[in-house]
Design a protein. Structure first.
Length: 314
């Protein structure tokens, strides 16, 4: 089956080929003989009722020094493609949302988009965990500082973060009696104008904030545990954490079972769950990573599993 695949991503020349999950996906598709086409957000437009794009043919290589070559570039309707991978990294801003509008129109004309554009808009990666209250630690979402102070009084030790953050940015830990409590809340909540999320602090983060990857609702059997740097309250790799492979626990599998049906219903084919100890903390749907690390540690082919799932749905 000859498949035309397009990928919407950040500039490919700027990625880290050793760790980039989108590159892993393109390599897996190319191994299957699929035709690859590269796009950035600014390449997509609506004209005369049709979504078109300046698409560039691309060949990829599993080579840390030379990981891609461009081919011919042409303007063509997006529905010339069979499937589009939406792999643009956050920020999740209005330009991202406008791109999902265009991709949704392409979807209506018969193109499969992974992940589904409507679900990319609907699913906030932090708030969406609250759809599964049986899986998460005590949690508060709002913008009233007094509500968060009451939560701190109850839980004694909390993590608070913005709903639109990524890579560990603007995450604060507050302990009961912390003299900086008011200024942290004023900063994050912007004096009641901005919504944030707080959760009970989970000391298990020192053993790793696990990234579990699911393809069509099925998890890989191993996760990448992000271990925080010494003296750091965040385990994110972008904040200096290191990754270690771990096997999924029974609780991890149970969490995946709780979440998977809703992911499948929403057309979220490739998702990354973040789990600390026994608790789900985030559901990553925009551009989940860690494929290459897990493949290298355990001789997996997660991107290949994704391409197989796409081909089944096509």
């Amino acid at each position: 089956m000859s498949i035309n695949l397009g990928v919407v991503m950040d500039p490919i020349e700027s990625i880290n080929p050793k760790k980039d999950s989108t590159l892993a996906m393109l390599i897996a598709a190319q191994k299957r003989g699929w035709n690859l086409h590269y796009l950035q957000q600014q390449d997509i437009a609506l004209q005369d009722g049709e979504v078109i794009a300046n698409m560039q043919e691309i060949t990829v290589h599993d080579d840390l020094d030379h990981w891609f070559d461009f081919g011919n570039k042409q303007q063509a309707p997006l529905n010339n493609l069979d499937v589009i991978l939406m792999r643009k990294d956050p920020p999740f801003n209005m330009e991202y949302i406008y791109t999902t509008y265009l991709l949704e129109l392409a979807e209506k004309s018969g193109v499969m988009v992974v992940n589904r554009p409507q679900s990319l808009r609907d699913v906030n990666e932090k708030f969406f965990t609250t759809y599964f209250p049986q899986c998460i630690p005590p949690t508060v979402v709002g913008r009233n500082a007094e509500q968060f102070k009451d939560f701190l009084e109850t839980e004694k030790d909390i993590i608070i973060k913005p709903l639109d953050g990524m890579g560990g940015a603007s995450i604060f830990r507050i302990k009961q009696g912390d003299s900086n409590t008011n200024v942290i809340l004023e900063t994050l909540l912007d004096h009641g104008k901005t919504t944030a999320i707080a959760q009970r602090f989970l000391p298990e983060y020192k053993q790793g904030d696990k990234r579990i990857l699911l393809v069509d609702g099925k998890p890989a059997d191993y996760a990448l545990a992000r271990i925080p740097a010494e003296g750091e309250a965040r385990a994110n790799l972008a904040a200096g954490g290191t990754g270690e492979g771990v096997a999924l626990t029974e609780r991890d599998y149970w969490i995946c079972e709780q979440v998977a049906p809703e992911l499948k219903r929403r057309g979220l084919l490739f998702v990354g769950l973040d789990v600390i100890g026994d608790y789900l903390t985030e559901i990553n749907v925009t551009s989940p990573t860690c494929i290459r690390e897990l493949d290298a540690l355990y001789d997996l082919d997660i991107a290949g599993d994704l391409m197989d799932a796409i081909e089944r749905q096509l």
